[in-house]
Structures are given as structure tokens and as C-alpha cells.
Design a protein around this ligand. Sequence first.
Ligand code: PHE
Length: 358
Amino acid sequence: MNELNVVVDAAKSAFAAAVTPADLENAKSLFLGKSGRITELMKGMAALSVDEKKSRGASINIAKQAIENALTDRRRALADLDLQKQLQAEALDVTLPGRQRGQGGLHPVSITMERIESIFGSMGFEVAQGPEIESDWFNFTALNTPEDHPARSMHDTFYVEGGSATAPNLLRTHTSPMQIRHAVQHVKHYRSLASDAQANQELFSGDMPEIRVIAPGRTYRVDSDATHSPMFHQCEGLWVGENVSFKDLKFIFTDFCRTFFESDDLVLRFRPSFFPFTEPSAEVDIQFQSGSLAGRWLEVAGSGQVHPNVIRNMGLDPEKYIGFAFGMGPDRLTMVRYGVNDLRLFFDGDIRFLSQFQ
Ligand code: PHE
């Protein structure tokens, strides 16, 4: 191997050893720079004859060309490597699962509430909403439960600021205050229609349509275990007219339960009970005749004939008007319908549980 080939090989291996563009430029100056090996070889030709210069110069030029080619190749290789690295760093891993936009859905108890509203709606019941912060009057006193009544102790609740010492505000313990609120509005409305008609000498019989209403919503009691939570749901029902009876209550409630549970294979019983605002009072129990719950009596509502004092507080004459009321527990209905055994699951907010109802 001649001397020039040795220089070319030395340059090639120096270039190959360079891992950054700066390394490469340093290596380049060792061979092609001002005092680089090739430049030195050129300078060394000064003493040669003209003919010798020609052939020596040509050989050195070939070596120089070879070194420049090697340099260009290495530059390109380093640039490619750099690009490769950058692409790798910015790589998009398309095998990662995408972030899905979660699809929301109704809470099982909300599904039940909507179901109750639509079933009773189809039976001619209005739907009324009332306040959760209630006054003592609507929650207790107007419902025939005076201040010293022992039944109040079963409805221990949370008292909140805003009321007066004699009429404190509280979180309603049941939806029954809506019986009074709605009936009073209803009575007022038809009385004013009647008096307007009279004033304008228009024809209006003055007859008040029956009160048929349900009032679903949140209720509160100081109570907390696997089957009771301090906040729970109720749905009140009220039917007041001149000619209503327990058989109507039994008929609509049976019809409701059969529609709600999508089963005609279900019977209903009234079990004597006590509520200050109804007399007589009864718990409503249902029993499935087939399926996994067959044979067990399940309590689903309290009910009764509206007490004459309550009818009076509605602004109606108890000699003329008679009413039936019920209060059911949508949480319980939801548990029975879906076979849920722990009430607390409804309030944990666990997506694994909730998504099963969508
Ligand atoms: N308000 C009663 C309760 O919460 C239920 C009920 C409503 C009973 C209407 C009779 C009539 O226990």
C-alpha cells in the first residue's frame, strides 16, 4: 500500500469514528485543513521537477478527492442518523388505546324517577316539585303532626338556618309537605278562576277538578346504614276528590306496580299502620308470584286516607272532600327491579356499577 492510500484510509477511519458533526469537522481539518496531511503533501512537492510534480500532483488530487468523498458520505450518514433520532423521539405510538369520550347516562334512581313520572303521568297525574329546605309547618304541623307529637321523633332531621325559633327551617323528612303545597295552589287557582268568571259574568261551574298529583324528590333523615342513607328519595302521591276511595288507591297502585315491574304476576296488600296525616293508614306491600323474589312480601309505600285536619289545611271542607295519599321509596323500587342488595352502591359513584344500567 502506498503512502497516499495510507492517508486516505486514516481519513476514512477518522471520519467513521466521528459521531457528531463537530467531531467530523475536527477530523476534516486534520486532513484537508491549512496544516492538514494533504496540504502538507502538496507543500512537499515544491522541490520536485516539473514532470515529477505532474504525476505526484495527480496522485495527491486523487487521494484528496477520495477523502472529500468520504467526508461527504459521512456528513450525509450523520445527518441521516440525526433525522432518524428525531423521528424516533417524535414517534406517535399508534398502538396505545385512544382516550375515549365517555358516554354518560342516567343514574338508576333517576331512571326509576322518570319511569314513575311517566306511568303516573299516563294515569292522569300531574308532577309537582317542591323545596328540599322546608318549613316546620309544611313538613309537620300542617300534616297533623303538632310540635309535641311523638311521631316527630321518627323523623329526626337536619335543622338549617333561616327559619324562626317557633317555625324553624329543616331538610324535609318526606315528600308529604307537597300534599299541602300542591293542594293549596290547586284550590286557590280554581277559586280564582271561579271568582273571575263570576266578575266577568262568564259561565264557569266553579267545579274544582280532582287533585291528582305525584311529587318525586330528595328527602333527608338522620339515619345511615346498609339500608338507610341520610339522603334518600321519595315519591308522594295524592288523589283528592268528592268520590274517591281506597279501592281507587288500590287499583292505581296495583296498576302502577305491574307496569313498573313489567309483571302482571304481582299482588298487593294493605297492612294497617300509623301516620299522623292519614286515617286509616296502611303500608303497601307487594308480592311477586313467580321469579327469584316470589313469595316474599316487600314493603314499597306508606299510604292512607288523608286526615280531615289535613284536608282542612288544604283549604277544603272534609265533609265534602276525601283524599288518598301514598309515599313510596324509589330507591327501594330500584333495588327490587334490578336486584341490587346494598343501597349505598347508589351513592358511591362507582362507574363500574353505574354503567351497568345504560
Ligand atoms: N310520608 C310518609 C313517610 O315518609 C309516607 C306516607 C305518605 C304515608 C303518604 C302515608 C301517606 O313515612
